[in-house]
Design a protein around this ligand. Structure first.
Ligand code: F6P
Length: 516
């Protein structure tokens, strides 16, 4: 397959981009009184307003040609059919099965039996955990759960817990520790009681250094209780390693090779979140994602929200030179969303070779970054408004929140004000130091309120966006080989002494820290 960048659709977009450079956003709005409604799409809980992107109807039509050229629909069909589209690991990509309500899915090699069984076991465990009937080794009820995991085994459950637990009423304490740095776990444990605490070891591989080190320290903290097994549960594909730690088989929940870590919040990796928010809310989260799956699977490309979100990204990255993309949730409960999307987008699409192993000659994933608004305004918005690089922004704005009407009004108004200022800039004649050029692209994603359904739709929306971009760039979005080299070297450096062929800088640093 020749590079997508040589395709007629790509070449047409390159030419078109030079024309669009001459047209400002203000001109585009002036030329079309209906622009705000024409360049927006609504699906159930989410309105995506992309009228502040530097696109015209022709841009969209050319981008849709590119999606067809890249056969996005073909790859989508193959994912939903359970084909091994993660070629480098020869694995199917079936996180969509985790929220499916079909009896058999996918056709021919249904995984729904094991998905349902796992969900039932989760339900039972969550019921016990929330009813106070789960007892520790001394007979006291477990009141606190600590998730020990990292990456996809931490960010998803942490996001969902932080986003939804305030509305879920009284719940057990659910906490997270991910880092090697002992300050992380000890910061969590200092208020907890070993007799009433249960650790959920969340690790698909059960070989991740950070997680295993935290398990070691958790065991020490439990003080070698005769039955410390009562204080552990695990979510893993490596059952034997969990068993070696003495974790009861009944407390080991499965992970599967057809679900990547960063796509696993819908599985038992979401156990700690389900304990925090309750089973009904977790079901509603899955329901929201299921609705987005149905939309993504069936809507034509031009009326498909994940496809449009992906194409806007491709436009900014590949044709307008954007190298980063800011995610700004105007919602404290969504403060982890930028970190969550960092892993989802950059671990999935931070790739330099295509599916055939050939170097790509175009940019793939941008740097994803962000922070909650309005805190971001008092930190880095200066650069968004007046910096020398243009950074596309996604504003994510729930209209109703936990605050009183006045605070919520101020929060939402600030989000809208940022998008409007990025679009229009300052009036002609403003002194140079105070002037903003405007013409800076943004999209706004509105939800009425951050319900579990809305959050499920939002996460699934970005999952499918990443999928579509991976399809267009012809890269494998479902492996992460680049992370491995760093892990191997970290092991070697930790074990010391000298490592053959290590660079002299690292060797000197190792000597200085007595590792070499
Ligand atoms: O960072 C690499 C990675 O493999 C992620 O993809 C994954 O989410 C994380 O490590 C944790 O892996 P595990 O669940 O196997 O501990």
């Amino acid at each position: 397959m020749s590079s997508i960048s040589k395709s007629p659709a790509w070449l047409a977009l390159s030419t078109h981009a030079r024309d669009m450079e001459k047209r400002t956003l203000l001109e585009l709005f002036a030329g079309d009184p209906n622009r705000a409604t024409r360049f927006a799409i609504e699906y159930d809980e989410i309105l995506l307003d992309y009228s502040k992107q530097r696109v015209s109807a022709e841009t969209l039509s050319l981008l849709l040609d590119l999606a067809r050229q890249a056969d996005v629909e073909g790859l989508r069909r193959r994912m939903f059919a359970g084909d091994a589209i993660n070629e480098s690991e020869n694995r199917a990509v079936l996180h969509v099965a985790l929220r499916s309500d079909q009896v058999e899915f996918p056709a021919g090699r249904s995984v729904m039996g094991e998905v349902r069984e796992c969900r039932e076991r989760m339900r039972e465990f969550v019921r016990l955990a929330r009813s106070g009937k789960l007892l520790g080794s001394t007979g006291l009820p477990i009141t606190d759960f600590v998730n020990l995991g990292i990456g996809g085994s931490d960010l998803g459950p942490r996001l969902v817990t932080e986003a939804l637990s305030p509305a879920a009423g009284p719940e057990p304490g659910v906490h997270f520790a991910a880092n090697f740095d002992p300050a992380d776990l000890s910061g969590v444990l200092h208020t907890l009681n070993p007799e009433t605490t249960l650790f959920i070891v969340a690790s698909k591989s059960f070989s991740t250094m950070e997680t295993l080190d935290n398990v070691r320290r958790a065991r020490e903290w439990l003080g070698g209780r005769p039955d410390s097994g009562a204080h552990f549960a695990a979510v893993t594909a490596n059952v034997s390693a969990a068993r070696e730690l003495g974790i009861d088989r009944q407390r080991i929940f499965p992970a599967w090779d057809w679900v990547g870590g960063r796509y696993s919040i819908w599985s038992a990796m979401g156990l700690s979140a389900a304990i925090a928010i309750g089973d009904d809310a977790f079901d509603a989260l899955l329901e929201g994602a299921r609705q987005m799956d149905a939309h993504f699977h069936t809507a034509p490309l031009e009326a498909n929200m994940p496809v449009l979100l992906a194409l806007l990204g491709v436009w900014n990255i590949n044709f307008c030179g954007a190298e980063s993309h800011a995610i700004l949730p105007y919602c404290h409960a969504l403060r982890k969303f930028p970190s969550y999307l960092q892993q989802l987008e950059m671990e999935s699409n931070g790739k330099h070779v295509d599916r055939q192993g050939l170097p790509v000659d175009y940019a793939t994933a941008p740097v994803i970054w962000g922070y909650e608004g309005t805190l971001s305004q008092h930190s880095f918005h200066q650069l968004l408004h007046q910096g020398t690089t243009v950074i596309p922004v996604d504003f994510i704005v729930p209209l109703h929140g936990p605050g009183d009407g006045k605070s919520q009004n101020l929060l939402v108004s600030n989000a809208f004000a940022q998008g409007a200022a990025l679009l229009a800039g300052t009036p002609v004649g403003t002194a140079p130091h105070a002037a903003s050029t405007g013409n800076r692209p943004s999209s706004t994603l509105l939800v009425d309120r951050l319900s579990p359904e809305a959050l499920g739709q939002l996460i699934a929306l970005y999952e499918h966006k990443v999928f579509v971009q991976g399809a267009i760039w012809n890269i494998n979005s479902f492996d992460q080989w680049g992370v491995e080299q760093g892990k191997k070297l970290a092991h070697a450096i930790a074990e010391g002494p000298a490592i053959p062929h290590i660079d002299t800088s690292t060797a000197a640093l190792m000597r200085r820290s007595h590792r070499g």
